[in-house]
Every structure is written in C-alpha cells, then in structure tokens.
Ligand binder design. Structure first.
Ligand code: TYD
Ligand code: MG
Length: 456
C-alpha cells in the first residue's frame, strides 16, 4: 500500500484488505462487500496491552522443555456445549460464538455464566448491546443466579480492559464484538478494522492473563457491520449457533477448534425458560413422523462423532407445463439434481417429467453424502407411491454411475439405529463386508441404486 494512505478498502465478509475498490472480493468472491475504512495504525504505535509481557525476555525454547500441565477444562454445565468445545472450556482460550441476531446467543452464554458462577467460578459478562435492566429481565426468565457473576455495560475496550485487570475473572463474555471499539482506531464500531483490533486486544487478554474469553459475533448479510468471519482466524474456537426462526430447536456447530474435533454439534431447544439441552436429537427429529406415508425415508448422518437419524421427505409430482420444478430444503440443491439425473440415466425413471421437492424434516441442515441413498429412495418411493418400511434406516453415498459407495463409521450408525428401535438397514455392501457382526437388526448390503430400490 502506498505510503501515507489513510484509508483502504476492506471486505466485510472476510476482512480482505485492498488499496482499490472492487465489486467482488478477490478473496471470498462475495459481491458488494468492500467498504472504505481508515487504516489501522502501525503496530509500533500501539501500546502493549499486557505491560508485564512486554518486559519479558524473549527466548526460543526446546519443545521437550515445555511442560504440559494437565489441561484442566472447566465444564459449562451443558454436555452439549462441552462436547462442541472439546470437553469443556480451556483456560486462556478465545471462543467465537456466531449466529443470526435473535437466535439465542446471549441467552446461551448467560445460562453458561449462571452454571459457571454456581460452580464457584468468577465470571464477567460484558454487554454492549443491552442495559443491565434488560439483562436482568432475561436472567429472571432463565432462573436464579448465584455466586460471583458480574455484569458490565460498556463498549470501550480500554475501559473493559481495565475492568478485567481489576476484577480478574476466570471467564469473560463479550456481547457483541460488533459493538466494541478502541479509541485509537478511528473507524466506527462494527467496521472491519475495529472488529479486528478489538479482537486483538481480547486475544492478548486471553493469552496473557489466562482468561477464557467468549466473543459473540452477529452474522449479518447486509449493512456495514463486519461479519464474524473476519475474526475466525484469530480465535481458537469458532462455534455457530443456527436454527430456523420458526422452529424451537437450535444447533450449535463447531467449525474450528484448536482444542478438539470440529463438526461436532450440540442441540438445544428454546423454551419459555431459556435454552434446554436435547440429549437425544435423533428421537427429537423423528418424533411425529407419519409411518405409512410414501416419500419418506430415515437416514443416518454423522455430525462430528455423533450419528443422528433424520427423516428425508420427497414429493414427486407430474409437471404441469414447461420445466420441471425442483427444490431442496435442508440439503444441497445441486446434489438433489444430480441424484435425480442418476435415477433418470441409470434406472430409467423419467424424472424430467416430474417436479420434485426434497426436504429434511425438522428444518435441520445436513449435507453429508451419506444422505444420498435415502434421498434417492425417498424420491422413488414418492414416484411409485409405495412407502418405505418405517422401521428401516438407509445410508450410503451415491456415485455418478449409480453405484453405492462406502461411508465412514457405518457401525456407529447402525448402533444408533438399533438404539432407536429400527429393525432393518440398507447400507453399502462394502461397509457391510468390513463391519463386525451386529445383532438385532437385518442388514441389507447394496452395490448400486437399483439393488437398493429392490429392497423398498
Ligand atoms: P437472544 O439470546 O437475545 O438472541 P441473540 O443474543 O442471539 O441476538 O435470544 C432472543 C430470542 O430468544 C428472543 O426471540 C426471545 C427468545 N427467548 C425465549 O424464547 N425464551 C427465553 O427464555 C429467552 C431468554 C429468550
Ligand atoms: Mg444478544
């Protein structure tokens, strides 16, 4: 960048910096996301946040000399959350909780704070969005708060930093990063540089003082507020809280975790008294299922290490005029199109004459290829108006020549199905051959889509 330039263009989505404006961000390929902002000051101008750290002599060490203390993790009081974090909160970690506004991020974190305070941990909840009265109202809904849970309504990070140094909490919540600002950065709160610089300070606080910091970040589609993706690379753990507006359950998804596996999910349900854990999501997702309807198939998807059973629904109806309509809710639209092309070409069903609507019941989003076979069978079941055995679960990836390919962890999927009372299972033949013997369920190995259709 030219010397003396005071502004630059930043992508609101990913934080990419460029000297010139572009219509499309060269890094994340989003359109219309570049905004002009003042450039952050040079690093040398900034004062060190943790003075003691600045004075330390810097010396490289041998890895063998680094002692690992038993990483003590703090339980959040919610198994669902602990699993996503990798069995609890690590001291000194920086966790980003992203999600649409109103999804329940503040509620979840307030409930976590309540649990932590009840266990005797010192917690500081900093809100830049709500007044103490509003927080109190929410707290009244979720139940009694005991122990050392401190609240602060503040948006200036310099003041927040002072408060943290004074109170020395074990856990800090920042709700939300888009409302925080640093005085020495000239752009407005919520801008890319403010969000970045604020996170930088929080990072130093977390690592320098060993405090675990949870940062709330709103996902925004429009407006000038920078999205949480801008800071994804700076934090240790990234969790996204998602769910349908009109459905009551919420899914917490781990997309990055330096202290555990990713792709884990935790399931919660929003109720009158706050969020409630859903310990058995399969049971929850399958409840209220019509058993003798055509066009429904139960699939098993693996989220992280946990198998989850869900219902795939398809409705195939004759096209009245022109082009056939296709929709896919809760799964990948292109994948559905591809599977229909496979049915047309390899099994000679005239799918192009039919509209098709595919839906994952319950409003969840699942994109695992293991769902393919269930989608195919749901489509065929609807087309032929013949129900799939309601006590049968189906999983397997479908290839372009109509072959059914192996999926990972087949045995866990089958065990989950047995647990929920399923009596038969259609799975890839290759998986069946590799699997140990399991009792209590009929396993039908299939090599291609045609064989699988023969079982329904
Ligand atoms: P909130 O935590 O404020 O969302 P975020 O911080 O992600 O913006 O959640 C707000 C929604 O949750 C709001 O629509 C009301 C609902 N809610 C309940 O249904 N029950 C409750 O007990 C609470 C506290 C909130
Ligand atoms: Mg909130």
């Amino acid at each position: 960048m030219a010397k003396g330039r005071t502004t630059a263009f930043f992508c609101k989505e990913c934080g990419y910096e460029s000297a010139k404006w572009t219509g499309q961000c060269p890094a994340c390929r989003e359109w219309n996301t570049m905004v002009e902002e003042p450039v952050a000051k040079k690093a040398s101008d900034r004062r060190s946040v943790i003075p003691e750290r600045g004075r330390q002599k810097i010396q490289p060490v041998r890895l063998s000399e680094v002692s690992i203390e038993e990483q003590d993790r703090i339980s959040t009081g919610y198994q669902e959350l602990d699993r996503v974090l990798g069995s609890g909160i690590v001291a000194g970690s920086l966790v980003l909780v992203g999600g649409d506004p109103g999804i329940g991020k503040s509620t979840l974190l307030l409930q976590v704070c309540r649990n932590l305070a009840a266990e005797g941990h010192k917690v500081l909840y900093i809100s830049g969005e709500e007044s103490l009265k509003q927080i109190k109202l929410r707290a009244n809904r979720i139940g009694r708060i005991t122990g050392e849970l401190l609240f602060l309504c503040e948006t200036s990070l310099d003041d927040i930093q002072e408060a943290i140094q004074e109170t020395k909490p074990e856990i800090v919540i920042i709700d939300s990063i888009q409302t925080m600002y640093r005085e020495d950065v000239s752009s407005a709160p919520g801008s890319v540089s403010q969000v970045r610089e604020s996170t930088n300070i929080l990072l130093q606080i977390a690592k320098g003082m060993g405090i675990s910091v949870f940062i709330v970040g709103h996902v925004t589609k429009e407006g000038v507020v920078a999205g949480p993706r801008v800071l994804e690379h700076m934090v240790d753990t990234v969790l996204y809280f998602e769910g349908e507006r009109n459905a009551s359950y919420r899914i917490l998804r781990g997309v990055k975790n330096r202290f555990g596996s990713t792709n884990e999910i935790g399931v919660f349900e929003m109720q009158e008294q706050g969020l409630e854990e859903v310990e058995n999501p399969s049971e929850y997702l399958l409840s209220g299922r019509p058993e003798e309807a055509s066009g429904a198939a139960v699939a098993c998807s693996l989220e992280g290490t946990r198998p989850i059973l869900l219902e795939v629904q398809a409705l195939v109806a004759q096209t009245n005029f022109g082009m056939a309509r296709r929709t896919a809710a809760g799964t990948d639209y292109n994948r559905v199109n591809l599977l229909m092309a496979v049915l047309e070409k390899r099994c000679h069903y005239e799918m192009s004459r039919y509209d098709a609507y595919v839906n994952i019941a319950g409003g969840v989003r699942m994109n695992e290829p293991a769902l393919d076979l269930a989608i195919v069978l749901a489509l065929v079941s609807s087309l032929k108006d013949r129900p799939v055995n309601p006590k049968c679960i189906i999983f397997g990836e479908v290839g372009l020549s109509g072959e059914v390919r192996a999926v990972s962890m087949a045995e866990q999927r089958v065990r989950e199905a047995i647990k929920l009372g399923f009596e038969s299972c259609i799975l890839p033949q290759v998986c069946l051959e590799k699997m140990k013997k399991v009792e209590g369920i009929d396993l039908h190995g299939v090599r291609n889509v045609r064989e699988a259709i023969g079982w329904i």
